[in-house]
Design a protein around this ligand. Sequence first.
Ligand code: PEP
Length: 254
Amino acid sequence: MNKDRKLIIAGNWKMNKTVAEALDLVHGLKRELASVKEVDVVVCPPFTALSEVSRAILDSNIRLGAQNMSEHSGGAYTGEIAAVMLKEFSVRYVVLGHSERRQYQKESNALIAAKAAAALTAALKPIICIGETLQEREAGATEKVLEGQLRGSLASLNKDQMEEAILAYEPVWAIGTGKNATADQAQAAHAFIRRTLAGMFDEPTARRARIQYGGSVKPANARELMRQPDVDGALVGGASLELRSFSDIVKNSI
Ligand code: PEP
């Protein structure tokens, strides 16, 4: 249980928003969330908008995240972005191993572990995503899948690095479907993740670990989900693209 720490509510904009649209949204968020101190709010625009968004949020309590990065520090990797390049725009967080990347780019746990190590070396906080498919849940394999992803994706991390990392439990069947995990399902998965972390690291590390829930978080379900003792924040996709819904999620989470 970890409610002595601030919640982190992060918006994953995926492949959405031109620079102009991104700026429009962050200017609105700055206005709406100016007085919010209880939650760390992070926006994760596409790479192309990082520079402008970074400038726009300088004088605000909103922090910047990227949606992916390379495991390499630089060199002949066409189309890739290194951690040091993200740091130029004051990026503090980076989403790693999102299920869309696991599915479409075939990212493996080993690759995600390498990216997490590279992120931490550059003092970026990785938000490492794990989660089961519907088929795996229906086969009763949720815990087995989560444990495999945890052991694989965190393989490169020591205890100190785990303190800087963030986990996002994102059941694949809940992402972009409008069908969120119930508060009970989210709590059960988060408690399992925390127990597994205790085995992999130790009890204090597991207690302090930040575990976000992601999957169709909306203003209407945010309060109930964030109230769960092992839920330490949210990773929000679709509902973070729109000013009203994202700011209501943040306000409802307090
Ligand atoms: C996500 O993409 O990380 C996500 C949780 O999406 P959505 O909120 O749209 O389900």
